[in-house]
Design a protein around this ligand. Structure first.
Ligand SMILES: Cc1ncc(COP(=O)(O)O)c(C=O)c1O
Length: 401
């Protein structure tokens, strides 16, 4: 049989999906499962979004669309960015894709030759590693442990950029930690970035509308507008609008980079489909009450999760201020055994397996994100499941010997 390309050998199936699959299987077997695993928002967009999609269906053009994205969608996105203070971008600076993941993949192809270095903080969103491996980039991980609130320091960034990676990839608010950088922290990192003009900077900030406690969303371009000639901002409808399956993502940045994405699109997807485009325009320009209400709900759920974790001796958890994840350090459980089942817990994967077996609660092991001392709780489950899920989590800890 002929061989597959070597890059496929480097690509791994998502660890997050593996947990989700196991939880689904147990559920199908009749087990009572509470899922804290997949990072889906678990709400639907407003009715105006469906109305726009139905209208687009009725008026189907029967044509291919623009490789960059329909003009009305680009304009809606540019206006949307303006609301978070990212101004001065024109249609030539933006491009769309089939979700942010696709845009990031395209950027990796567009910016990285084989062997070029890409630096990003750990914990990281799993796909960063997988995409970098597929394009055969040299990966420089910047460890940000719980002791430093999972945040990158200016000194760390300085040391990393001094090695001149081709790309620095940054994620704020963070998946998996939920951490949000303050205005001052972003300004300090931006000062470092300004010293190293040979590095592209991707800010994957798709959770930028899900920020709590009045911290606000801040980008390197806010702090230093001159950085816009190499900062590439990523956004998506998936989390903010409860539209992960509609697959609409965006980038904004230098004209040459946006043009590169257009070229990539022209060679595979051609265009974001017309119906998804209409729905996206409606989401961006229509009433914002659904995302606003969900942000408030997630902040309250964050508080509920943190209150439950605070009652477990030895579990350390920096307080997230955005997205919908909490990333506790559960390493206090390592080397112990779950009494009732006799399951031994040597690491985060054992912990998550035992928790799922014993209590029917699905979480993602931290090693999927490059931090094996932790696990990720995604708390978008129906409100009535959150308290029982957290209670089972506490019981599991209480039963460790
Ligand atoms: C940090 C981060 N970036 C990008 C994505 C991908 O989003 P999309 O659904 O737009 O592809 C996700 C999805 O989980 C994410 O958490």
């Amino acid at each position: 049989m002929p061989q597959l390309a070597r890059r496929i050998g480097r690509a791994k199936p998502s660890a997050i999906m593996q947990v989700a699959e196991k939880a689904k299987r147990l559920k199908a077997e009749g087990r009572d499962i509470i899922s804290f695993s997949i990072g889906v928002p678990n709400f639907l967009p407003g009715e105006h979004v469906y109305a726009a999609a139905r209208d687009a269906l009725a008026k189907d053009s029967g044509q291919y669309g623009s490789n960059r994205g329909a003009d009305l969608l680009l304009d809606a996105f540019i206006e949307h960015m303006g609301k978070i203070g990212l101004t001065g971008y024109g249609r030539v600076n933006v491009a769309t894709g089939v979700g942010a993941k696709h845009v990031i993949y395209n950027l990796a192809e567009a910016l990285l030759d084989e062997g070029d270095a890409i630096a990003f903080p750990t914990p990281y969103w799993t796909s960063y590693l997988d995409i970098a491996e597929i394009v055969n980039a040299k990966i420089e991980l910047l460890p940000c442990p719980p002791e430093q609130d999972y945040k990158l320091t200016p000194a760390q960034l300085d040391a990393a950029l001094a090695k001149k990676p081709k790309v620095f990839l940054f994620n704020n608010p963070s998946n998996p930690t939920g951490m949000v950088y303050t205005k001052e922290e972003i300004a300090a990192l931006a000062d470092v970035i300004a010293k190293y003009p040979d590095t592209w900077v991707i800010t994957d900030d798709i959770y930028n509308r899900m920020v709590f406690d009045g911290v606000g969303y801040h980008n390197f371009v806010h702090a230093r507008p001159e950085l816009r000639d190499r900062v590439i901002f990523i956004d998506s409808l998936s989390k903010t609008y409860g539209m992960p399956g509609w697959r609409v993502g965006f980038m904004a940045g230098p004209e040459a980079v946006a043009q590169a994405i257009v070229t990539m699109n022209s060679n595979h997807i051609t265009n974001v489909p017309e119906i998804a485009t209409a729905a996206a325009i409606a989401a961006l320009t229509g009433p914002q009450d659904v995302p606003t209400a969900k942000c408030a709900e997630f902040q309250a759920k964050r508080d509920q999760v943190m209150a439950a974790l605070a009652q477990i001796p030895g579990v350390v958890c920096p307080r997230p201020q955005g997205a919908f994840y909490v990333f506790p350090d559960i390493s206090v459980a390592f080397g112990r055994t779950h009494g009732p089942t006799g399951l031994a817990i040597g690491n985060d994967v054992d912990f998550c397996n035992a928790l799922l077996e014993a209590k029917g609660v699905a979480c993602v092991p931290g090693s999927a994100f490059g931090e094996p001392r932790a696990l990720r709780i995604s708390y978008t489950c129906p409100t009535q499941q959150l308290a029982p899920g957290l209670q089972r989590f506490q019981e599991f800890f209480a039963e460790l010997q």
